[in-house]
Design a binder for this molecule. Structure first.
Ligand SMILES: Nc1ncnc2c1ncn2[C@@H]1O[C@H](COP(=O)(O)OP(=O)(O)OP(=O)(O)O)[C@@H](O)[C@H]1O
Length: 782
């Protein structure tokens, strides 16, 4: 057992799980928050810590532990029901292959799909240039596929999406059950109902991928624990893009922990509420499971600052409103001396804590409005309190454990939005930003993350991106601001022989999952994404993050860059800056550089220096990109015109009985045909040229492959650029490979091998020549 975990208040079963997962020591945020959240006071937590520092477990452990304790108590109260649940769950366990991680590898990638990853669909779905979609807008989302549940479950075994679905027919599995539990597809499971199982924990996250990831993370902890199956909390993810009916079926099993995106959660909650209001009875409607908060003990908002921003706050506000009402009801029950569940624990986590300006303005306005009616309201409704006085808060939070505090105004604003987060412990491992207008607070980036930037014209960014990805192959994320640019860049990179996929919020959910899956499986894969993946996503061994467009704020920069260098690993972030983006860049740089050295994990200040390229290699890459660009553009236009033609003339065949060609001018048709043939020929030529270029190794002109030592200066330059970590300190500002071995790649290794064998041959030849010469001289002397 790892001793460091022993003093935090974690139950034995979960400590065993942590031990099985191999997490030797708790991270700082875990160390500081767990004792308070697991202690008898069950304190609410506001936590801010660097990306990849294990915040998910910082809230996940208390959520699971409390849910487990609750189920244990319930089992003691209702031993009969619990034994039925055991039998039912055991059956489920055998069908799920619990504890068997081999299930994780069930592939969701169809081979024939590799050439078509839905890029055309992306364009048709949204032609808008600017994305500005950081997250999922769930409104009106009906792109549910029959097999998405199956895919999700295959990827994330244990997360309750598969057990009732036949993987072939996608119909509910009719279990040969020996138990009495016969759950109808859309009705609440009666055994659970009588067992009084209600929603215990609600976790909200801004994106579907993140919600699914959190659910998987929690399930993984449970799967590694010896918690008996009848007391094991069920975890489900409820996100948009997936059939709501199937999600209702999941809810009918009365899961303890629901992780979801606010849009879909509110849709279901609202529907559940109207059933109660209209029919006066929610029995049997699984949607009412989400609207019944009478047993809610944990409420988590991951990426809290993001969740408070435009696009989310509407649904978030509604959900928070429901919780406030519930808290008020509990308060009234308490006043009347009725039994109430343990108090609600609220967990608010992010790597950056700042509330958006508009919301802060609203809070201030609300504060002014409410102070006039202060006293009488307070006595009537405990949870409609006005803005807390920061000084008052300092005293109410105890101060004992609040070693590092949020700025008072920020703390007050947060607590105004979440008034039910009573006396929270605020653990802020972040740095107050000096230059930010928003009074933001962010955590310094991990010291294992190396930052570089490159100034380049906007229309040359593809060349520099291609240079970087070809020179340093590895699992890389490329962040981009426009959907159209995502699909174009993916085509371009593929023409260059790079394995690349795209992902953005307007993409079909099925496609998103597939592309994510491909990315996690291939170590040399590039995923070109919008900011939908900038927060929270935890993919193992992401080596590089490239910001193709400079982000608008330092917070977005940190979240994007934080997809690499996670959990103590090294990573590299490259920021491409066009002249128009200089201002945003200066803001990011100034803020990063002003981070006090003492606030970083290494005690060194953050450095952001220029990325150095080999000019002659960039030239070679440009030759390729010019051709690849043309091919990608042609492909793009073809797809677009196909889509447009279909849209415009899609019904023409039906209307005119397929005789439309007869109406065309014959000459015009011939001309079009000629042009098409010409275009195809040109494309063929381009492809041939490009594939020849793609096969050549990328080397600086000055270095000859045949005689590498013929120009020792150039060779030395090359080695200095690419093997700097062998000769200079890692933080040398002008080196490409300062991210340690992260950037060393196969190609360079191959070149090195080739060069050393050539060197050997050359040395041998020299020796032979010298021998001959000596012999000849000896003969001559004689
Ligand atoms: N104590 C620990 N020791 C080692 N690894 C850990 C520990 N706790 C969590 N991890 C691992 O660290 C990785 C990052 O954790 P997590 O996703 O929770 O980070 P985060 O702080 O939420 O990051 P972000 O701010 O980007 O969302 C995960 O793969 C997780 O399994």
């Amino acid at each position: 057992m790892f001793a460091d975990w022993d003093s935090l208040g974690i139950c034995e079963e979960l400590r065993a799980a942590i031990n099985n997962l191999g997490f030797k020591t708790p991270t700082e945020i875990q160390q500081r928050t767990l004792p308070a959240s697991l202690g008898s006071h069950r304190r609410s937590i506001v936590g801010c810590a660097e990306t990849g520092s294990g915040k998910t477990l910082a809230f996940g452990i208390p959520v699971i532990q409390h849910a487990y304790m609750y189920l244990k108590q319930q089992a003691l109260r209702n031993p009969k029901q619990s034994s039925e649940v055991t039998l039912e769950n055991e059956e489920q366990l055998t069908s799920e292959g619990d504890h068997d991680d081999s299930n994780t590898d069930v592939s969701i990638v169809d081979e024939e799909d590799v050439s078509n990853d839905g890029m055309l669909q992306d364009d048709n779905e949204s032609d808008s240039n600017e994305v500005h979609e950081e997250d999922d807008n769930e409104q009106g989302d009906s792109s549910s596929d029959a097999d998405i549940d199956f895919q999700l479950a295959s990827r994330f075994p244990g997360v309750m999406t598969i057990e009732e679905l036949d993987p072939i027919t996608f119909e509910p599995i009719k279990k040969k059950s020996t138990t009495k539990s016969k759950t109808k597809t859309t009705e609440i499971d009666p055994s659970n109902k009588t067992n009084n199982l209600k929603l215990h924990s609600l976790i909200l996250a801004p994106t579907r991928e993140l919600a699914i990831q959190i659910a998987r993370h929690l399930q993984n902890l449970l799967n590694n624990s010896p918690i008996p199956i009848q007391n094991r909390p069920r975890v489900v993810s409820i996100v948009g893009g997936i059939s709501e009916l199937k999600q209702q079926r999941l809810l009918s099993k009365c899961p303890s922990i629901v992780v979801g995106t606010p849009g879909r959660i509110w849709d279901i909650m609202q529907a559940g509420l109207s059933t109660v209001t209209i029919l006066g009875d929610s029995e049997g409607d699984p949607r009412s499971f989400l609207s019944d908060l009478t047993n809610l003990e944990c409420f988590v908002v991951d990426e809290t600052d993001r969740m408070m921003q435009k696009g989310h706050f509407k649904e978030m506000g509604q959900i928070i409103g429901r919780i406030k009402l519930e808290m008020h009801r509990r308060w009234e029950d308490q006043q009347a001396g009725k039994p109430t569940p343990p108090k609600l624990q609220t967990f608010l986590f992010s790597a950056t804590l700042s509330l958006p300006q508009d919301l802060r303005r609203l809070i201030r306005k609300n504060h002014v409005d409410t102070t006039t009616k202060k006293k009488q309201k307070k006595s009537k409704n405990k949870y409609k309190q006005d803005k807390p006085d920061p000084d008052e808060l300092n005293t109410t939070t105890g101060g004992l454990l609040d070693e590092i505090k949020l700025p008072a105004h920020l703390r007050a604003d947060f607590l105004h939005v979440f008034p039910f987060a009573e006396q929270p412990l605020i653990v802020n491992l972040s740095t107050p930003t000096a230059s930010s207008e928003d009074d933001a607070s962010f955590s310094a980036p991990p010291s294992t993350l190396f930052h570089r930037f490159l100034f380049c014209p906007e229309n040359e960014k593809d060349v520099h991106l291609a240079y970087f990805l070809l020179r340093f192959p590895g699992r890389s994320l490329v962040f981009i601001n426009t959907i159209r640019a995502i699909s174009f860049l993916v085509s371009l990179l593929r023409e260059l022989g790079i394995t690349a996929f795209g992902l953005h919020a307007k993409m079909e959910q099925r496609q998103r999952l597939k592309n994510m899956d491909r990315f996690t499986k291939d170590e040399k894969c590039v995923l070109v994404v919008s900011d939908v993946l900038s927060r929270g996503i935890d993919v193992e061994n992401v080596q590089h993050v490239v910001h193709y467009h400079t982000p608008q704020s330092v917070e977005i920069y940190l979240h994007r860059a934080g997809r690499t260098a996670r959990a103590g690993k090294e990573g590299f972030s490259l920021l491409l800056v066009s002249p128009a983006e200089r201002r945003a860049f200066s803001n990011i740089r100034n803020t990063l550089l002003s981070t006090p050295a003492h606030s970083t994990s290494s005690g060194l200040s953050v450095s952001l220096s220029q990325f150095v390229e080999e000019v002659s290699v960039v030239g070679q890459v440009r030759d390729r990109v010019v051709r690849a660009r043309q091919l990608a553009l042609d492909e793009h236009q073809r797809q677009k015109s196909d889509g447009r033609f279909e849209k415009k003339f899609g019904d023409t065949e039906n209307q005119f009985g397929g005789d439309e060609s007869g109406l065309r001018d014959e000459e015009e048709e011939l001309r079009v045909d000629r042009e098409e043939t010409k275009k195809r020929r040109r494309q063929h030529e381009l492809k041939t040229e490009l594939s020849k270029l793609n096969q050549k190794p990328l080397l600086p002109h000055e270095v000859s492959l045949r005689f590498p030592t013929s120009n020792p200066h150039a060779l030395q330059q090359l080695l200095r650029t690419h093997y700097s970590h062998l000769t200079t300190t890692p933080s040398a500002p002008t080196t490409v490979t300062s991210a340690g071995g992260a950037l060393e790649n196969e190609q360079i290794k191959k070149e090195k091998r080739q060069r050393s064998s050539q060197d050997e041959a050359k040395a041998k030849a020299k020796k032979k020549h010298k021998k001959k010469e000596n012999k000849w001289r000896k003969r001559k002397d004689k």
